[in-house]
Design a protein around this ligand. Sequence first.
Ligand SMILES: NC(=O)c1ccc[n+]([C@@H]2O[C@H](COP(=O)([O-])OP(=O)(O)OC[C@H]3O[C@@H](n4cnc5c(N)ncnc54)[C@H](OP(=O)(O)O)[C@@H]3O)[C@@H](O)[C@H]2O)c1
Ligand SMILES: [Zn+2]
Ligand SMILES: [Zn+2]
Length: 339
Amino acid sequence: MRDTYKAVEVYESGRLRIVERSISEPGAGQVRIRVEACGICHTDVATVTGTYPGLTLPRVPGHEVVGRIEALGAGVSQWKIGQRVGVGLLGGEDGVCEPCRRGDIVNCQNPVTLGVTVDGGYAEVMIAEARGIASIPDELSSAEAAPLLCAGITTYNALRNAGLRGGDLVGVQGIGGLGHLGIQFARRMGFHTVAIGRGHEKEKLARDLGAHIYIDTAIEDAAAVLQRLGGARAILATGTSGDAMGRLVSCLAARGKLIVVGVPGDQIQLSAFPLVFGGRSIYGSLTGTPVDSEDTLAFSVLENIRPMIETLPLEQAGDAYARMIDGKARFRMVLVTGQ
Ligand SMILES: NC(=O)c1ccc[n+]([C@@H]2O[C@H](COP(=O)([O-])OP(=O)(O)OC[C@H]3O[C@@H](n4cnc5c(N)ncnc54)[C@H](OP(=O)(O)O)[C@@H]3O)[C@@H](O)[C@H]2O)c1
Ligand SMILES: [Zn+2]
Ligand SMILES: [Zn+2]
């Protein structure tokens, strides 16, 4: 076995390069993973541009990682060499901050964050915290499983934790990496599913993914359409425009919820009127824990949900990243290694 591995690192803002690094042994409580696939999430922008708070360069991006364990650090007993596992954005909680002590590890104040505090999965090899990994079911290929570890868990968790009931009218805004999975989860969870996109180009795809209704905001007023249907009980906002997100509040039924999972660079513009008159609310939701990842994977197998992916070899990470940025990916770019 080679004692080096290939990785793609950000060495200055906006610049990726392939480097050869020495393989290191996992420390106590860690495992070394031979990476097979890594999805490209829009959040990787914060690593590539060097803007994620606390980030120092060089850094390897990537937090939708699937591979096989090839080395165990001291004290790791629950995982086995050769086992296929995955890691998402949150690669391990500190266990000592206040949210952790209250059992809310997803909101850990000092988490191991892939592609930010540690190197991520745009690489042939990655070191992960054993407490931060999830088991991958045999029914899913590594390339299919990868996007479920961020785009999947984020939309699945947000929907299942929203207090919704079967048959509720639920919107999914933005039909990209997150949104195309959100539509599938919403449909399979039994909601009356409305996809909210821009332009007609994604209408057929959205319907094929399970949307009962498609609203094209380029030609339709989403609030008028949804209010005619009684208003949405919830809208999962995955888009990267704050301006577009704020307008979604008017699409909600009384007591409806706008669940923010997209993280636009611009401000979300809000009017107080639809919030106050109708008791509507808006809140955010951040990915999930490793066991939530396992739930996401299990539900995807159960309900035959798969991400739509385009794969490229690791060496073409720059091209794959550019396709994501240009909005051309249908719907998730996944880097694969030669394994
Ligand atoms: N909360 C979390 O834990 C979490 C986890 C992962 C990602 N994220 C965030 O979620 C967002 C989406 O990530 P992704 O990987 O799904 O990105 P993506 O695949 O690049 O998709 C971007 C989406 O944004 C929409 N969009 C772009 N400009 C828009 C505009 N002006 N108006 C309305 N919609 C617009 C696109 O909609 P069209 O289909 O109309 O082109 C597309 O659906 C990012 O901000 C990312 O950082 C959050
Ligand atoms: Zn992500
Ligand atoms: Zn913590």
